[in-house]
Design a protein around this ligand. Structure first.
Ligand SMILES: [Zn+2]
Length: 189
């Protein structure tokens, strides 16, 4: 794993991140930086790092930006979030990185624009990140993350509305379990 931590002080955050990353073998060859910083708009953001040297070479590098506080709260610290919730959160962000893997660096620029300007594209991208995390075995953690965020008094309503609009609902995640039932063909006589 090629992980760098920048400004991350909490051992709990580091451990949760590394624990989640273990399930993402296909990301281990790429350099990933977890960078903690006060951010306003959202608590976590998975971003490709694109510069002049890698736009043509195709080398893929990623950064996950992590807030110090959850959403717009100035009291609820990310490092105090329950570990299961934190893991679910990281599993979702790493899901984004897996989704990004199929795009070239140039393709990622287009992706970024579509994400900003198209609501339906944004919704598809957020659902995909959840589906990938569920596929990697984080179904319970994804549910825990959604339950925690949607029910926490200190998480602002605007953020909850965003979660309801763009992300899979808890019910949809629960239904994903049905996919694990082995497929049985019906043979007609
Ligand atoms: Zn996301």
């Amino acid at each position: 794993m090629k992980v760098k931590f920048k400004e991350v002080k909490s051992q709990k955050i580091k451990d949760s991140f590394l624990e989640a990353l273990k399930a993402y073998d296909d990301l281990h060859v790429h350099s990933i930086t977890l960078y903690q910083k006060r951010v306003k708009s959202s608590t976590m953001q998975a971003q490709p790092i694109i510069n002049l040297s890698n736009i043509l070479s195709g080398v893929k590098k990623y950064r996950i930006k992590l807030g110090v506080f959850v959403s717009s709260s100035d009291t609820l610290k990310v490092e105090d979030v329950p570990q299961e919730v934190m893991k679910g959160w990281f599993a979702h962000e790493l899901g984004h990185l897996v989704d990004y893997l199929s795009y070239s660096n140039l393709g990622m620029i287009k992706y970024g624009l579509k994400y900003v300007f198209s609501d339906s594209f944004k919704m598809k991208a957020e659902h995909e990140a959840d589906y990938i995390a569920i596929e990697r075995g984080f179904r319970e953690e994804i549910i825990a993350t959604k339950e925690w965020l949607l029910n926490h008094d200190l998480v602002d309503q605007g953020y909850k509305n965003k979660l309801n609009k763009y992300y899979l609902s808890i019910e949809q995640v629960e239904l994903c379990n049905l996919n694990e039932i082995p497929f049985e063909p019906i043979i007609e006589k």
